[in-house]
Write a protein that binds this ligand. Structure first.
Ligand SMILES: [Zn+2]
Length: 468
């Protein structure tokens, strides 16, 4: 007997796990709609018997669990863990240390660092749960549409678990994310359009081929998987959860998953109030900000450098809006210029290489601190969801205004002879030569070090010849 049900977020209808899971149903069978360039209607949420779970664990016991190992508390997941070899769980582990304290803009803040997850983004939380459900259902092939992170995450998690992944991406996907997806052995489909087009194509092909679909928000386990960050924050702070959490918002699944996790902690009686969720969007992709103001959704194609939060039609718009209003939070947008400036400043101040979508939360935080909009003693957490090395062009753009290409040093150290411009050898980099040992721009290059004595002789011979 399973301890959970599926409940429609739109009409409130309830369904047993068998009614949803046995026949590839994702949205509410009564009112669900997945229409082009529109938020999904009838997204399903998973509900548990919280009074039963409270009998299983108490707060102190839960706080002794380790962050990053969600399978330790089985009752809070819609998975039959007996159908999975427990030895594979460690392949899904996130770092145990995720929460860091920094002084930024003259006040202390927490940073929840998701840049070091197995595939370097927050999306691993959802991919892991989806993959475990696929294994439980006996399915070996999973498909997903993605701006890059969800796809590389699913591809990486599938590679870890021996499953096949099919990833649909828009043509403007950052190159590093595309290469990452391909290197995991995924089957990649590049769509000649934007993320919204990739989403629709992936749904169509999944239905035809009966692949398990991980499209964000569409598969209810994506929201469910993303709640684990709330539990990790709860454990890492020893139950002293922050007053505000700044969250980057594209499709709206991270913020709704986070809200669900904290809401469950509230239902279990382990926290007294919800953290206020601050939804941060890019100005060129701010459907949630507009929806919260006007209570209507109007589609505008998204344009922003922050590809991970670029979504003209946020698929989980309605639950994201609920997360903001029910947590007494708010939403704001920041410009691409503010995002790039924030990215440069944040990385230099913290040593955490974040991508533009994550930098947007620091841009929003900086803006609100400047405007004195955050209470002096408020406890703040910035959620950093993706690694900046997955989007090297944006990283370079964030540095473009403040630095030039570093010049190669012409410094000559005492006792060294330079041969930087020696034209007789096809070397692409400057070399300093000293007593048969080379120091190159590629430190640790064994081949070069092996060739060092020979090259040294050549250089000395050439210099001698030119003197003669
Ligand atoms: Zn419904």
């Amino acid at each position: 007997m399973k301890n959970y049900i599926y409940k429609c977020s739109n009409c409130g209808a309830e369904f047993s796990p068998a009614e949803i899971e046995n026949d590839f149903v994702y949205l509410c069978p009564r009112c669900g709609k997945a229409e082009k360039n529109k938020p999904l209607v009838g997204v399903l949420e998973i509900e548990y018997d919280y009074s039963e779970i409270a009998k299983e664990y108490d707060k102190e016991q839960f706080l002794n669990f380790s962050p990053g190992q969600f399978w330790l508390y089985e009752k809070l997941w819609p998975i039959d863990f007996t159908k999975t070899n427990r030895e594979i769980f460690v392949r899904l582990a996130l770092p145990r240390l995720q929460l860091f304290r920094y002084t930024l803009k003259n006040r202390e803040v927490f940073i929840q660092d998701e840049t070091r997850n197995p595939t370097l983004s927050y999306k691993d939380r959802a991919s892991s749960l989806v993959a475990l459900k696929a294994i439980e259902l006996g399915i070996r092939e999973i498909a997903a549409a993605s701006t890059g992170n969800a796809g590389s995450s699913l591809a990486g998690i599938c590679a870890r678990l021996g499953l096949t992944s099919r990833i649909y991406v828009p043509k403007n996907i950052p190159e590093a994310k595309r290469v990452q997806i391909e290197s995991y052995g995924a089957k990649l489909e590049i769509i000649n359009g934007d993320y919204d087009a990739a989403f629709d194509a992936c749904l169509e092909d999944s239905n035809i081929n009966r692949w398990y679909n991980r499209n964000t928000a569409y598969n209810p386990l994506t929201i469910e998987g993303k709640k684990s960050a709330a539990f990790d924050i709860f454990i890492s702070t020893k139950g002293e959860i922050p007053d505000y959490i700044f969250v980057p918002v594209g499709d709206g699944v991270i913020i709704s998953g986070l809200f669900k996790g904290f809401n469950e902690l509230l239902k279990l009686g382990w926290i007294k109030k919800l953290p206020r969720l601050v939804a941060v969007q890019a100005e060129g992709s701010n459907a949630l900000v507009r929806y919260l103001k006007e209570s209507v959704f109007d589609f505008k194609p998204a344009h922003t450098i922050a590809d991970s939060i670029s979504a003209g039609a946020p698929r989980n718009l309605f639950l994201a809006a609920k997360a903001v209003t029910e947590s007494r939070g708010f939403a704001l947008s920041v410009t691409d210029e503010e995002i790039l400036n924030a990215q440069e400043e944040f990385i230099a101040a913290t040593g955490i290489v974040c991508e533009p979508s994550s930098a947007s939360v620091y841009a929003a935080y900086s803006k609100l601190v400047k405007q004195n909009k955050l209470g002096k003693d408020a406890n703040i957490l910035l959620l950093i969801t993706g690694n900046g090395l997955k989007d090297i062009d944006s990283l370079k753009a964030s540095l473009a205004n403040s630095s030039e290409t570093p010049a190669i040093s012409k410094r000559i150290l005492p006792g060294l002879t330079t041969a930087t411009q020696y034209s007789g050898l096809p070397l692409p980099f400057p070399i300093r030569v000293s007593a048969g040992f080379l120091v190159t721009g590629l430190s640790g290059n064994i081949l070069i070090q092996t060739l060092a004595p020979l090259l040294t002789c050549l250089v000395i011979a050439t210099l001698a010849a030119s003197i003669c």
